[in-house]
Write a protein that binds this ligand. Structure first.
Ligand code: C5P
Length: 310
């Protein structure tokens, strides 16, 4: 998360994430799933701009024109329109802060959406974390980090990760228990977001316990260790996502995205989160740019070459 202040305006850049491994340990009594997942922040950002407003006014406007695709990419067919009402996670974060502190201050928020939605890239959660941290600063509420983390966990399972905003982390529980890990060097990826999206809840519902018998190819610790090495592709065979089989059943576009990445020279490929975005872990930046160029010619969806965010 990056902050910039210009007089009375605060701007926050909210990064996307990729899951390099995601194992489901079981269903929990509260309906959620117990996870062990390795996440990295990547340099594709939504931007939230906070401007002063009269007391009690909470206004959210959203520009989604950048969330489609670059000029040479296939535009998403049915790009969902993001709600700017009470169900939007930014609005929910703002209301939670007001309830918690009793503040009646107003704000105008402008969101520039670049992270694809229904992609498994955490865009909504990152926006929520940016709203919590941003408004805490903008309204001078003085909430400390543990207090913000408690609110984050109420908003969604990935919001705590974005609040910490580490380059990499091992996340457990619903995903909200974060152990930040350093990365010795940046990692480069090519991401493909097919036109179709998937709902996280639906993908989790489709997951079957007996599928976990296939087992993770390596522990999360082994993966994190391999990512520190000089050749990140050694981590390639350790990539794993237990939600990939259910997501493939729900959308044929996941398999197609993975197949296009593989045949374009992506050496280590995986779906992120609950999909439908998929990625290739590349040797370095120039390798990622070359793979992205080949993938773009296949017209499979939005394509972006990114590096881990610091
Ligand atoms: O926490 P979040 O709102 O991001 O989760 C969306 C949905 O994904 C949840 O309502 C739940 O159905 C499912 N989920 C789950 N186990 C998790 C995280 C999410 O079942 N650990």
């Amino acid at each position: 998360m990056r902050f910039r202040q210009f007089e009375s305006t605060l701007i926050v850049d909210a990064p996307a994430k990729l899951n390099l491994s995601l194992e489901i340990l079981g269903r929990r009594p509260d309906g959620f799933h117990e996870l062990e997942t390795v996440m990295v922040s990547v340099g594709l950002f939504d931007t939230l701009r906070f401007d002063p407003a009269p007391e009690d006014l909470l206004e959210l406007r959203c520009d989604q024109s950048a969330a489609g695709a670059g000029p040479r990419d296939a535009r998403s067919r049915d790009l969902p329109l993001l709600s700017t009402g009470g169900d939007n996670l930014i609005v929910r974060a703002a209301k939670l802060l007001k309830d918690e502190t009793g503040s009646r201050q107003g704000v105008r928020i402008h969101l520039t959406k670049r992270i694809p939605m229904q992609a498994g890239m955490g865009g909504g959660s990152s926006d929520a974390a940016a709203a919590l941290a941003g408004l805490n600063r903008f309204w001078k509420l003085g909430l400390d980090f543990p207090a913000l983390h408690r609110l984050a966990a109420r908003l969604g399972s990935d919001v705590n990760f974005f609040l910490d905003s580490p380059p990499a982390a091992l996340c457990r529980g619903r995903g909200e228990l974060i152990e930040p890990r350093p990365l010795r060097r940046p990692l480069d990826f090519v991401i493909v977001k097919p036109p179709a999206g998937l709902s996280t809840a639906e993908v989790f519902r489709e997951w079957r316990q007996d599928e976990s018998r296939t087992r993770t190819p390596a522990t999360a610790e082994e993966l994190l260790q391999a990512l520190q090495g000089t050749n990140p592709l050694e981590a390639g065979r350790m990539l794993w996502n237990a939600l990939e089989p259910p997501a493939r059943r729900l959308s044929s576009e996941v398999a197609r995205a993975l197949q296009v990445l593989a045949s374009s020279g992506g050496p280590a490929i995986l779906m992120t989160g609950s999909g439908t975005a998929c990625f290739a872990l590349c040797r370095n930046r120039s390798h990622a740019i070359a793979v992205a160029g080949r993938v773009r010619q296949r017209n499979v969806g939005q394509v972006v070459a990114v590096r881990t965010a610091t």
